[in-house]
Write a protein that binds this ligand. Structure first.
Ligand SMILES: NC(=O)c1ccc[n+]([C@@H]2O[C@H](COP(=O)([O-])OP(=O)(O)OC[C@H]3O[C@@H](n4cnc5c(N)ncnc54)[C@H](O)[C@@H]3O)[C@@H](O)[C@H]2O)c1
Ligand SMILES: O=C(O)C(=O)C[C@@H](O)[C@H](O)[C@H](O)COP(=O)(O)O
Ligand SMILES: [Zn+2]
Length: 354
C-alpha cells in the first residue's frame, strides 16, 4: 500500500493508493468514520461500473447509503446540478453527522466537495477518485467548485476530505482520451519537481505506458501536491504553483465549451506559457521543447485556434490569481525550477501576444 499524508491546519488525512482497494472500501472508511448514513455521488459512466459494488460493500459494513448520479461531463459543475444534488441529499435526510462520498472523476469530486461543504454548513466528505486526473490531482487538496459563464471554478470552497482512496485498477475502463488528458497534470507536476520524476516521464510515450506506471505517477504527483497544500492550503502564495499552465488553459477550456477536456486545455496552456516565457528569455532555452515533447508523445494538443481569440484576455482577467490589477503567472526558469511572475492587467494583452 502506497500512502501519502496531507497535513493542513484544520485537518490531516491519508491518500491511500492500492490496486483493488475499491473492492473493499469499508475496511479503510471505518478507520476514519464511525458508522453513519452516506450519499455516494457518482456520474452516469461510473455508476454502472463501480457504484453498485461500492454501495453494496458499504451497506454490508453498516454504512446505510444511497447513490446519486449526475450526467457525466463538465456541464454538471453547474448551479442547476448543485441544487438538484443538495435537494436529493436533503430528501434522504442526511444529518450533520453523516457523509458524502465522491466516486468519479474531477467533475464528481469538485461538485461533491462543494455539496458536502454547503449542506448543513458542512458534512463529512471522502474522495474515491476513478479518473487519472482525479487520482493524480483533483481528489487531493480540498478545492471544490462549479463553473459559471465568466470562468472556470469561480464558485467554490476549500474543503478537505477525511480520506482519499485510490484504486489504479479502475483506470482500465477509462477511454484512452481521458487517460491521456489526466496525464497533462502529471507533466505539469513533473516539470516543476524535475529530477527522477522528470526522468520517469521521459520514458512515457503512449497511454499504455501511462497505465503501466500509474501507481508511481499517482504517488509522485500527489506527494508533490500534498507538500504544497500542507504549506499553503488556501493559495496565499506557494499553492499558485499548482496552477502552472492554467491561466491560459482555463480560458481556452471555457471558450472551447466542451470541445476540449480540462487536461487537453491545460496541455495547450502549458505549451503556450512556456513559449511566451522562453521567448522573453525568462525560461532556459529548450525547456518548451522538452515539455512539448512529453505532451505530444501521448497525443496531447499543443496549440488551438482559440489562443488567438480576442476574448482570451478578458476571461483571464477573472483568473483567481489576479490581485491588485495584476495576474500572477507560473513559469519555469528551467525544468525543476518553477517561479512566479506578475503582469499588470493593462499589459496582459501585449504580454501574451506571440
Ligand atoms: N479540485 C482540484 O484540485 C482539481 C484539479 C484538477 C482538475 N479539476 C477539475 O476536474 C475536472 C476534470 O476531471 P476529469 O478529467 O476526471 O473529468 P470527468 O470527471 O468528467 O471524468 C472524465 C470522464 O471519465 C469518466 N470516468 C471517470 N472514471 C472512469 C472510469 N474509471 N471508467 C470509465 N469512465 C470513467 C467520466 O464519467 C467522464 O466521462 C475539471 O472540472 C477540472 O476543473 C479539479
Ligand atoms: O489544487 C490546485 O491548487 C490546483 O490549482 C490544481 C489544478 O490542476 C486544478 O485545475 C484546480 O481546480 C484549479 O483551481 P482554480 O482555483 O485555478 O480554478
Ligand atoms: Zn488542473
Amino acid at each position: 500500500m502506497r500512502s501519502v499524508a496531507v497535513d493542513t491546519k484544520d485537518k490531516s488525512y491519508e491518500i491511500l493508493i492500492e490496486e483493488g482497494v475499491l473492492d473493499n472500501p469499508a475496511e479503510h472508511l471505518e478507520k476514519v468514520w464511525t458508522r453513519r448514513r452516506c450519499v455516494i455521488l457518482t456520474d452516469t459512466n461510473v455508476y454502472p461500473r463501480y457504484a453498485k459494488k461500492v454501495s453494496k460493500n458499504l451497506s454490508e459494513a453498516g454504512f446505510e447509503n444511497i447513490v446519486i448520479t449526475v450526467e457525466a461531463g463538465e456541464k454538471s459543475k453547474s448551479w442547476q446540478t448543485l441544487s438538484n444534488v443538495v435537494s436529493q441529499i436533503a430528501d434522504f435526510g442526511l444529518t450533520r453527522g453523516d457523509g458524502l462520498i465522491a466516486l468519479g472523476g474531477g467533475v464528481v469530486g469538485d461538485l461533491g466537495g462543494l455539496c458536502a461543504s454547503l449542506y448543513m454548513r458542512g458534512i463529512s466528505f471522502v474522495q474515491f477518485p476513478t479518473s487519472l486526473l482525479a487520482q493524480v490531482d483533483s481528489s487531493v487538496g480540498g478545492k471544490t467548485a462549479i463553473d459559471i459563464a465568466q470562468g472556470k471554478n469561480l464558485v467554490g470552497t476549500f474543503y478537505q476530505p477525511d480520506l482519499v482512496l485510490i484504486d489504479p485498477l479502475v483506470l482500465k475502463t477509462l477511454d484512452e482520451r481521458v487517460t491521456v488528458e489526466g496525464y497533462a497534470e502529471v507533466v505539469k507536476c513533473a516539470a516543476m519537481v524535475g529530477g527522477t520524476f522528470w526522468q520517469l516521464i521521459e520514458k512515457i510515450d503512449d497511454a499504455q505506458a501511462i497505465l503501466k506506471h500509474a501507481p508511481e505517477l499517482i504517488q509522485r504527483s500527489v506527494a508533490f501536491k500534498a507538500e504544497v497544500v500542507t504549506k499553503d492550503e488556501k493559495e496565499g502564495g506557494l499553492r499558485k504553483l499548482l496552477n502552472f499552465g492554467h491561466s491560459i488553459g482555463h480560458a481556452v477550456e471555457l471558450l472551447a465549451d466542451g470541445r476540449l477536456l480540462h487536461g487537453e486545455a491545460i496541455s495547450i496552456g502549458l505549451a503556450e506559457v512556456n513559449r511566451i516565457f522562453e521567448s522573453r528569455g525568462l525560461t532556459e532555452e529548450g525547456t518548451t521543447q522538452a515539455i512539448c515533447d512529453r505532451l505530444q508523445a501521448v497525443g496531447l494538443p499543443l496549440e488551438d485556434e482559440l489562443l488567438s481569440d480576442s476574448r482570451m484576455t478578458d476571461i483571464m482577467k477573472h483568473d483567481k490569481k489576479v490581485s491588485k490589477a495584476a495576474l500572477t503567472f507560473v513559469f519555469l526558469k528551467k525544468i525543476g525550477e518553477p517561479e512566479m511572475f506578475s503582469v499588470s492587467l493593462d499589459e496582459l494583452q501585449r504580454f501574451i501576444e506571440k
